[in-house]
Design a protein around this ligand. Structure first.
Ligand SMILES: [Zn+2]
Length: 308
């Protein structure tokens, strides 16, 4: 990879040999280093030289897994020869269109600008040049291998990471349990502004309950973006129980009350709309949406896809 691309990702070793790499507020990547191998979870929007940054942290061979097929998790996957992705998400382009990725990156940078206010723009304070560091990949497609429920990645020294299917955000969404580090890496399966609907809500609920039932094996859940938590810090303890509670109520009663307050992402409220599916629309693949709100959690569901 060209040395001209930035490697200045904020990164923190939040547990021993366990790193969160921040792609400039766009997405989080996680690097788990064992005695024999390292596991990289997700590849961001595609800004900079991710592989170069990973190689600054470890000289072990790196296995790359993708939590799901979305644009902000596969962007730099072509920097690696092989990636693991659930078959249900393998229809997505790796990476998706540059124009789409650029629009999302700019949107995220503008959000930061709005927090700071003029005359500064966080857009220019990020240590990358969007015209250089976010690019159309020149590398060939990686080999894409089937990532499936229960698959284990043995990193050596007793560090084994297990993948679990958690469909909802996408049909192939996966989470990763690192029992040795007592850490659950959740991709976009869980956060405070969660979008689901790619599976019946009842199916998503079962998968979320499985994560809850594993609670004795981890002491922190880390989702694929740190804008709902500090870099290197887990989601707060209310997140998973609240999402489960919201899902249970809808599955049990079939009823819901659309949200009446704005979410972090500025969706219109009440959000009850069908999306056109226009390319570049962040909701394009989510179908009909209803936004719900409880406690600190926003949850957007497809009201036509509740029961199995
Ligand atoms: Zn996603």
């Amino acid at each position: 990879m060209s040395g001209a691309l930035t490697r200045l990702y904020p990164m923190v070793q939040f547990k021993k040999d366990t790193w969160e790499i921040d792609e400039f507020d766009c997405a989080s990547m996680f690097l788990l280093i064992g005695s024999e191998r390292a596991l990289l979870i997700d590849c961001g929007m595609g800004i900079g030289d991710l592989r170069g940054a990973v190689e600054m942290l470890t000289d072990k061979p790196v296995t790359v897994v993708l939590s799901h097929g979305h644009v902000d998790h596969t962007g730099n996957a072509r920097q690696f020869p092989e990636v693991w992705l659930h078959p249900a998400d393998q229809g997505c382009h790796i990476p998706e269109a540059l124009s789409w990725r650029k629009g999302d990156v700019e949107h995220i940078a503008r959000r930061q600008k709005d927090c700071i206010g003029s005359p500064y723009t966080m857009f220019h304070l990020y240590p990358y040049d969007i015209e250089v560091d976010l690019r159309e990949p020149t590398e060939p497609m990686p080999i894409v291998r089937d990532l499936t429920h229960g698959m284990e990645f043995d990193l050596g020294g007793g560090r084994i990471v297990t993948a679990y299917h958690c469909p909802g955000h996408t049909a192939g969404e996966m989470v990763f349990l690192d029992r040795a580090a007592r850490t659950l890496i959740a991709g976009d399966a869980l956060n405070y502004n969660l979008g689901v609907g790619a599976a019946p809500l009842q199916t998503t609920l079962k998968a979320l309950r499985r994560i809850r039932d594993m609670a004795g094996e981890y002491d922190g859940i880390y989702n694929g973006h740190h804008d709902f938590r500090a870099l290197g810090a887990p989601l707060d303890d209310d997140c998973l129980p609240t999402v489960i509670d919201m899902c249970e109520r809808v599955v049990r009663t079939g009823e819901y009350i659309p949200c009446q307050v704005p979410s972090f992402w500025g969706q219109h409220v009440p959000l009850t709309r069908a999306c056109a599916g226009e390319s570049g629309d962040i909701f394009a693949k989510f179908g009909k949406r209803v936004l719900l709100h409880q406690g600190r959690n926003f949850l957007s569901i497809d009201p036509d896809n509740i029961r199995e």
